[in-house]
Ligand binder design. Sequence first.
Ligand SMILES: Nc1nc2c(ncn2[C@@H]2O[C@H](COP(=O)(O)OP(=O)(O)OP(=O)(O)O)[C@@H](O)[C@H]2O)c(=O)[nH]1
Ligand SMILES: [Mg+2]
Length: 199
Amino acid sequence: MLHSKGLKKSRGEMKMFTMPTLLFKIILLGDGAVGKTSIRRRYMGEGFKADFLATMGADFAFLKTKIDEINVEFQIWDLAGQPAFRNVMKSYYKGAMGALAVYDVTQPKSLESLDTWVEEVRERAETYNDSIGLPVVLVGNKIDLRDEIPNSLKTIQGFVKAKSLDAGFVETSAKTGEAIEEAFTTLARSIMLKTNFKK
Ligand SMILES: Nc1nc2c(ncn2[C@@H]2O[C@H](COP(=O)(O)OP(=O)(O)OP(=O)(O)O)[C@@H](O)[C@H]2O)c(=O)[nH]1
Ligand SMILES: [Mg+2]
C-alpha cells in the first residue's frame, strides 16, 4: 500500500526513460553466390531459397533487435558480388560502421578474394579516424555442404585469414540457420567496442 501511494505521489515528476537505439550501417560483401543475400534473409526471418537470384546492385534492409540489452537497428547493405558491379559497389562503402565479409567454404577462391574486399571497404568507409580499424567479421558460409564437397575449406583456414585481417570469425549455414545470428551479434559487439559504447 505504502509503496503504491509513494508511486502515485511521484508520478507527476516521473520521467520516462527510453533506451536509445543505436543505428549501425553494416555491409555484406564478398564474391558472387557465396550466400550474402541468403544470410540476410535468414537473419530477417525470411527463410531459405535454394534457387540463386544474383543481387543486381544493392539490396537494402532495416532490422531492429536487442543485443546485450541494447536496442540496435541494423541498416543492412546487401551488395552484389558479381565482378560487373564491383566498381559501383565501392560507392556504398562510405559511412559503413562494420562489414560481414562472406566466403563460401566450398569455394577456396572466395576466401582469397576477401583480402581485396576487406581492403577496399576499410579504405573507403571513412567512418572512424582510423578506417583500418573498421570492424569486420569473416563469415565462412555453406558449412552444411562441407563434407559433401571435396577440397572444402577447414575451419582453421578461415580462422587464420580472419586473424591476418584482424577480423572476427564465424562459420554459418544460411540453409540450416546455424550461427547466422552469431555473425550479426559478433559484428554488433565489435562496433560497440569500437565506438566506446561498451567497454
Ligand atoms: N547449401 C547451401 N546453399 C546456400 C547457402 N547459402 C546460400 N546458398 C545458396 O547459394 C546460392 C547463392 O546465394 P545468394 O545468397 O544469392 O548469394 P549472394 O552472395 O547474395 O550472391 P550475389 O548477390 O550474386 O553476390 C543460392 O542458390 C543459395 O540458395 C548455405 O548456407 N548452404
Ligand atoms: Mg545477393
